[in-house]
Unconditional design. Structure first.
Length: 566
C-alpha cells in the first residue's frame, strides 16, 4: 500500500513539474520542452492576390464558397471555383469611408465597401489589458484583422463584400426611448441589386441581418448568399500562459453538435466539421467573447472553414436563394452575434449557442454549478460572495464524505508515532515493515485509503467549478472587496495567493505525516509548487480555492480535536 501511495505521489509531482516547466518556457518566449504546442502563425496579416475572372462568372470571384472547396485549404482559383473574394490587406488598406453607429451596448463601424462590419466595440466590457478602454472584438488594423462579411455568389456580376454600397437610412445612433436602430445598405451589380439591412436592438448583442436580392435582368437567376467571419490566427492580447483557452472557428449543427476547428488543422487541410446543415451557426471563439452567423430560416445551408492567406482564416455559411424571376425580389434572414459569452442570454437566442462558453469535458456538471452561482449572485448582489457561498454549499453537500476522510486522516496521524517507531526499529527489513504496518492498521481499525476515496469522489465537481470560474465572462470586471476590483484578473497585491499558500501549508500540517522521509518532504514541497501557479490565476479562482481550504481546515481541525490528535 505504501509503495502504491509513493508511486502515485511521484507521478502527480512529476507531471506537475512538467506542466510548470513547459508553461514557464512558453511564458518566457521559448518553445515548450515536453508538451509542444502547434506552431503559431506569423502575426503579419497579408492578402492573397485576386484571381482572374472564371468562365462561369465575369466578376473576379477569387474564391466564393462552393461545396468542393468547403473545409479545404486554399488553392489557386480554378475555372468554376466559387469562394468569397479575399479581403484587402489590412497593412496596405487605403483610407475608406467608415460609417459609425452606436447603441447602448455596441459601437460599430461599417465599411461602405460591401457594407462590411469592420469594428465592434463592446461598451459594457473593458479591455483585458487596458482597463481604461472598452473591449474591441472586431477590428481592422495592422496588428489584428477580424471582420464580418457578406455577399452574393452564383451568378454573373452579383454584389459581394468588395462591392461599393450606399447607406440609405439616416440614423447613426439608437435614440432615447427607441428599441431598435435600422441600417440599410444598397448596391447594384450587373443584373442583381442587393440590399443589406442590419437591425440593432437595445440591450442585446445579436443583430438581425436581412439580404434582399432583386433581379433587374431579363432571365431567372439563382444566387447564393455567403456570410463569413475572417480572423487572423493570433491569440487575444493578454492571454494567460498558465491556463489555456480555445481560440478559433466553431461549427454547430444538429447532427454533430458543437465542433471546434483548430487553426493548425485548417493549415493541414484536416478540418473536421459538418459540411451541410438545416440549422445551426458558424462562429469565431476566444476567451470570454465570440462572434457567430446564425441561420434563422431553417433552410439547408453549407458550412465552410478555410484558410484565406498567411495567418488569415474564414468561417461561414452559404445559404441558397430560390430562383428569382426577372423583376422579382427575394429575402434571406440571418443573425450576427458579436459580444460576450453570457450563458443565460445565449441559451434563449439559438439552440447550442451557449456551448461557445467552453467547460471542456465537465459541461454536464459545470452548467448546473453556474446556475447555482448565478442564483446566489441574484440574492447576494456580488459575484465574489457568490463564489464563497457556492463553496460553502458544496461543503455542506459533501460534509459526510469529508468527515469520513478527515476522520481517517486523524486516526492515521494518531498512530503515526507508532508507525515511525516501527519503521526505525525494522529499517533494514522492508518486508517486515509492510507486514507490521498492515497489522497496526488492522489492529487500530484504520483504512490507509480512507482519506483518499471520499476526496476523489469530489474531484470532478471541483474541476467543473474551476471551469465555471475560468470561463464565465460575468466575472470580468466584477469586484469583490476592497483591493479586488476584477475577479477575472490576478490579485494586484498577491494577498489572496499568499493566504492560499499559508492555508495549503496549514492543511499539510494537519494531515498525517507520511512515514517515509522522502514522502514527508514532498508533502511540504507540493503545496508550495502548486501555490506558485495561483499568483498568476484570476482572483476568483484563488478565492474559490482559498475558501475551500479554510473550510476544509476548520472541519479537519474540529475532527482532529475530537480524536485528541494534535
Amino acid at each position: 500500500m505504501n509503495d502504491i501511495k509513493r508511486t502515485i505521489l511521484w507521478v502527480v509531482f512529476g507531471f506537475s513539474m512538467v506542466l510548470l516547466w513547459d508553461q514557464w518556457q512558453i511564458a518566457n518566449g521559448h518553445p515548450a520542452t515536453f508538451l509542444p504546442q502547434a506552431p503559431k502563425a506569423s502575426s503579419t496579416v497579408k492578402s492573397a492576390p485576386a484571381a482572374a475572372p472564371t468562365a462561369a462568372a465575369s466578376q473576379a470571384n477569387n474564391g466564393v464558397p462552393s461545396s468542393s472547396a468547403v473545409g479545404a485549404a486554399p488553392a489557386p482559383a480554378a475555372a468554376g471555383s466559387n469562394l468569397p473574394p479575399a479581403p484587402n490587406s489590412a497593412a496596405a488598406a487605403p483610407a475608406k469611408e467608415l460609417i459609425e453607429v452606436t447603441t447602448d451596448v455596441l459601437k460599430l463601424s461599417f465599411d461602405a465597401e460591401g457594407g462590411t462590419l469592420v469594428r465592434a466595440e463592446l461598451l459594457k466590457q473593458r479591455d483585458i489589458v487596458n482597463k481604461d478602454i472598452n473591449m474591441v472584438l472586431l477590428e481592422q488594423s495592422k496588428e489584428h484583422l477580424y471582420n464580418a462579411q457578406t455577399g452574393l455568389i452564383g451568378a454573373a456580376g452579383v454584389p459581394n463584400h468588395k462591392t461599393a454600397m450606399k447607406l440609405v437610412t439616416p440614423e447613426r445612433a439608437l435614440k432615447d426611448g427607441a428599441d431598435s436602430l435600422t441600417l440599410r445598405f444598397e448596391a447594384a451589380g450587373g443584373d442583381v441589386k442587393l440590399a443589406k439591412t442590419y437591425v440593432l436592438r437595445r440591450g442585446v448583442y445579436d443583430i438581425a441581418v436581412t439580404h434582399e436580392a432583386t433581379n433587374t435582368g431579363a432571365a431567372d437567376i439563382t444566387p447564393q448568399l455567403y456570410v463569413q467571419l475572417i480572423r487572423d490566427g493570433n491569440k487575444p492580447a493578454g492571454e494567460s500562459s498558465f491556463y489555456s483557452t480555445f481560440t478559433g472557428p466553431v461549427v454547430y449543427s444538429e447532427a454533430k453538435k458543437y465542433q471546434k476547428v483548430e487553426f493548425s488543422d485548417i493549415e493541414k487541410n484536416k478540418a473536421d466539421f459538418e459540411k451541410m446543415s438545416p440549422s445551426g451557426y458558424v462562429g469565431m471563439v476566444q476567451h470570454y467573447f465570440f462572434s457567430a452567423w446564425l441561420a434563422t430560416d431553417g433552410a439547408a445551408h453549407e458550412n465552410f472553414v478555410r484558410k484565406i492567406d498567411t495567418n488569415l482564416y474564414a468561417a461561414g455559411m452559404i445559404l441558397p436563394f430560390k430562383a428569382i424571376a426577372a423583376g422579382q425580389a427575394q429575402k434571406l434572414d440571418t443573425k450576427l452575434y458579436v459580444g460576450p459569452q453570457e450563458e443565460k442570454n445565449l441559451e434563449a437566442l439559438a439552440p447550442g449557442l451557449e456551448l461557445v462558453k467552453d467547460y471542456g469535458y465537465f459541461t454536464v456538471l459545470s452548467k448546473p454549478l453556474f446556475w447555482v452561482i448565478d442564483q446566489l449572485h441574484k440574492m447576494i448582489g456580488n459575484w465574489g460572495w457568490a463564489i464563497v457561498a457556492v463553496v460553502v454549499l458544496l461543503k455542506v453537500v459533501f460534509y459526510w464524505f469529508n468527515a469520513k476522510a478527515y476522520q481517517s486522516m486523524g486516526k492515521m496521524k494518531a498512530i503515526n508515532p507508532k508507525i515511525m517507531e516501527m519503521r526505525e526499529r525494522l529499517k533494514d527489513k522492508p518486508q517486515e515493515i509492510q507486514k507490521e504496518m498492515m497489522r497496526i492498521y488492522k489492529e487500530e481499525k484504520v483504512n490507509p485509503m480512507g482519506g483518499c476515496l471520499p476526496i476523489i469522489i469530489q474531484i470532478p465537481v471541483f474541476i467543473a467549478l474551476y471551469w465555471v470560474l475560468l470561463s464565465s465572462v460575468e466575472f470580468r470586471g466584477a469586484p469583490w472587496i476592497m483591493w479586488i476590483h476584477d475577479l477575472s484578473a490576478p490579485d494586484p497585491f498577491f494577498i489572496l495567493p499568499v493566504l492560499m499558500t499559508g492555508s495549503s501549508l496549514l492543511q499539510t500540517w494537519l494531515n498525517p505525516t507520511p512515514p517515509d522521509p522522502m514522502q514527508a518532504k514532498m508533502m511540504w514541497i507540493m503545496p508550495l509548487m502548486f501555490s506558485f501557479m495561483f499568483f498568476f490565476f484570476p482572483a476568483g479562482l484563488v478565492l474559490y480555492w482559498l475558501t475551500n481550504n479554510l473550510l476544509s481546515i476548520t472541519q479537519q481541525w474540529v475532527i482532529n480535536k475530537r480524536l485528541g490528535v494534535n
